[in-house]
Design a protein around this ligand. Structure first.
Ligand code: PLP
Length: 411
């Protein structure tokens, strides 16, 4: 059901969320700052009140800059409407709070973004909501976990540390039949490479901090809903008073214009790195759904339009000295959180937190973000660091029996 060819999206990216005719011909919508917006008369003030905005106009309810960005994201995701939040995590937590109430049950994928998991574990129980995690590979097996109280299924595909794919259409069909809604954290693919609403989702979340802003200089999140979910989400989410700063939103609109060309480069370099690293003896497994040998490849190929530059691998060592040598040798990869900027990153994860699907890979999970540097420079840098890690012992001590099937298939 791929109804959105990438080439047409490039045109959309240049046109969406702006209207030069409304702003004296200026190509970009202006940056509106403001709290108070005065009315010219009593009548104008009263008529500005709407059901979603009972106080008339006020900065917290959005400016033309914010509306332009929200409209652009809703259009790119293929949803009905969008609300922007000050961070990606805030978009995730407000989704959980808006759709759940005391007595409800929520099913969350075991590879969900860590801080979303921390919020679910630490806060939802306090409000009488029960949280259950499931194996991201569960597919139609999720039917066995659905209860009469299940109101929401929260997905992230691929998970942003361990990159397992999830069968979103199969899970959505079962959730909907049981009267539950489906939310997808779509940050990895961005609104360009996965269209959640074409595959059954009711809600799509972006950590716009990542590829949409794209320059590691601000934080933002978005929640886009279909019409039904928006009717529930909009009035509730608004009550929390979360308002994104106009400069950050302006930067996000600016970032959107180059999302297509940037993502193609992230995709190409990420795949080149993952392909070469998969054959390196210091690497015991590699997690990238666009690699043909990846367990999630068939689903990725069926549902996604492309791959971004974020993937993980398991370094076949847990020795601190080997890790120090590996990270010390990298010249083009900074050690840092987040991703989606123009610069490459490598992050020592260790072992991801799991409860429903235990993490079995021996070694150290390391997440890589392929930035916009020259692909050849990145490859040479990464392979030299892996050579050094291998020389210091990585890959010598891991028993073949413990190597995941993916790595075996690549040898
Ligand atoms: C980074 C990230 C978030 C949170 O975004 P912030 O802007 O850092 O709060 C949420 N989901 C995923 C998948 C992420 O990678």
């Amino acid at each position: 059901m791929k109804t959105s060819p990438l080439s047409q999206q490039d045109t959309l990216l240049t046109q969406t969320g702006r209207n030069p005719g409304a702003y004296a011909g200026y190509v970009n919508p202006p940056l509106f700052r403001g709290s108070t917006i005065v009315a010219e008369s009593y009548e104008a003030w009263e008529s500005a009140k709407k059901s979603d905005n009972p106080y008339g106009n006020y900065g917290r309810f959005g400016s033309p800059t914010i509306r332009a960005f929200e409209e652009a994201i809703a259009q790119l995701e293929g949803g009905h409407a969008c609300h922007v939040f000050p961070s990606g995590l805030s978009a995730c937590t407000h989704t959980l709070m808006a759709f759940l109430k005391a007595g409800d049950h929520v099913l969350i994928t075991d590879n969900v973004y860590g801080p979303t998991r921390s919020f679910a574990d630490g806060q939802l129980g306090r409000f009488g909501i029960s949280v259950e995690y499931f194996d991201p590979a569960i597919g139609a097996g999720i039917a066995a976990l659905i209860r009469p109280q299940t109101r929401l299924v929260f997905l992230e595909a691929p998970g942003s540390l361990s990159f397992e794919m999830t069968d979103i259409p199969a899970i959505s069909r079962i959730a909907h039949a049981a009267g539950a809604l489906v939310a997808v954290d779509n940050s990895w693919a961005s609104p360009l490479f996965f269209k959640p609403f074409e595959h059954g989702a009711d809600i799509s979340i972006q950590a716009a901090t990542k590829y949409i802003l794209g320059h590691s200089d601000a934080l933002l999140g978005t929640v886009t809903c279909n019409e039904h979910a928006w009717g529930i989400f909009q009035p509730r989410a608004q009550l929390f008073g979360e308002t994104a700063g106009p400069e950050d939103v302006y930067l996000a609109l600016r970032g959107l214009r180059t999302l297509g060309v940037r993502l193609r480069q992230h995709w190409q370099s990420g795949l080149a790195l993952a392909g070469a690293m998969a054959r390196h003896p210091a690497v015991s497994s590699i997690m990238h759904p666009a690699l043909p040998q990846d367990p999630g490849h068939a689903i990725w190929k069926r549902d996604f339009l492309g791959a971004s530059g974020l993937f993980s691998f398991v370094l076949a060592s847990e020795d601190e000295a080997v890790l120090s040598a590996f990270f010390g040798a990298l010249k083009h990869f900074g050690i840092g959180l987040s991703w989606g900027g123009f610069e490459s990153l490598a992050l020592p994860v260790g072992k991801p937190r799991r409860t429903a699907s235990p993490w079995q890979a021996a070694g150290t999970l390391i997440r890589v973000h392929a930035g916009l540097e020259d692909t050849g420079d990145l490859l040479a840098d990464m392979l030299a660091a892996l050579d050094l890690a291998h020389a210091r012992g990585a890959g010598h001590e891991v028993k073949d029996a413990l190597r995941p099937a993916t790595a075996e298939a690549l040898r």
